[in-house]
Design a protein around this ligand. Structure first.
Ligand SMILES: Cc1cc2nc3c(=O)[nH]c(=O)nc-3n(C[C@H](O)[C@H](O)[C@H](O)COP(=O)(O)O)c2cc1C
Length: 200
């Protein structure tokens, strides 16, 4: 069974991007072991190479290295991803010298929440980073618009359709992870065999 790590959320207690991430992981949980890493809990200093590497960053890098797939979820800040989320990704430079490096052969599902309708810009920003880290972004993405009405004041998802789409994304990440485990690659030709959300 693949290990899927969810990474994201904001520093807000009622973070909607964290809540969306949890729903996507719920969709993955039928076929994978899942764990959510919320940036608020990670205790990561701002990245610099000029001090010793904090234990929190080493733990993050080791956890990511050993997983089979990821789901990322960031709030949309000024048309892109948030600083705290990007900082967590910057610490993944600790995987540069690993074998294989960075996110090689790991599929990554992408989620963003936005106050307006610019969530896709955050998703696209994340995709640049996935590529830089040698991962594979899953084509099915989920930008959640108008988070102030899609989530309740405590940050809980209040929209069944968005919930279904997030769970579908989680299931699709698991399908891709299973293909990588079996074949070392991923394409849509074998979608039926590996249980595709998009091929159904
Ligand atoms: C500094 C800042 C910048 C933001 N910039 C945008 C933006 O460019 N476009 C947008 O649609 N929403 C923007 N928002 C709204 C957030 O994307 C939205 O509230 C999001 O759901 C917050 O995620 P969170 O609940 O996980 O903190 C911004 C919010 C903040 C605090």
């Amino acid at each position: 069974m693949p290990d899927v790590i969810g990474l994201g959320g904001s520093l807000r207690a009622a973070s909607t991007s964290r809540a969306a991430l949890q729903v996507a992981l719920d969709g993955a949980a039928a076929g994978a072991a899942t764990r959510l890493l919320w940036v608020r809990d990670l205790d990561l200093p701002l990245y610099t190479a000029e001090h010793s590497i904090p234990r929190s960053a080493r733990e993050l890098a080791d956890t990511v290295y050993s997983c089979d797939a990821m789901i990322w979820s960031s709030p949309t800040y000024h048309g892109s991803i948030s600083g705290s989320f990007k900082n967590a990704l910057d610490w993944l430079i600790l995987l540069a010298e690993r074998d294989p490096p960075y996110l090689t052969n790991k599929p990554v599902g992408l989620v963003a929440t936005a106050g307006g309708v610019q969530g896709l810009q955050a998703v696209n920003s994340m995709e640049f980073v996935v590529r830089a880290l040698r991962g594979w972004s899953v084509p099915l993405v989920q930008p959640v618009a108008q988070s102030w009405q899609t989530f309740d004041p405590d940050g809980r998802l209040a929209d069944d359709m968005i919930g279904a789409q997030l769970r579908e994304l989680g299931a699709e990440v698991v399908r891709a992870a299973r293909q990588f485990q079996a074949h070392g690659t991923c394409d849509y030709a074998d979608a039926a065999q590996f249980g595709s959300a998009v091929g159904d």
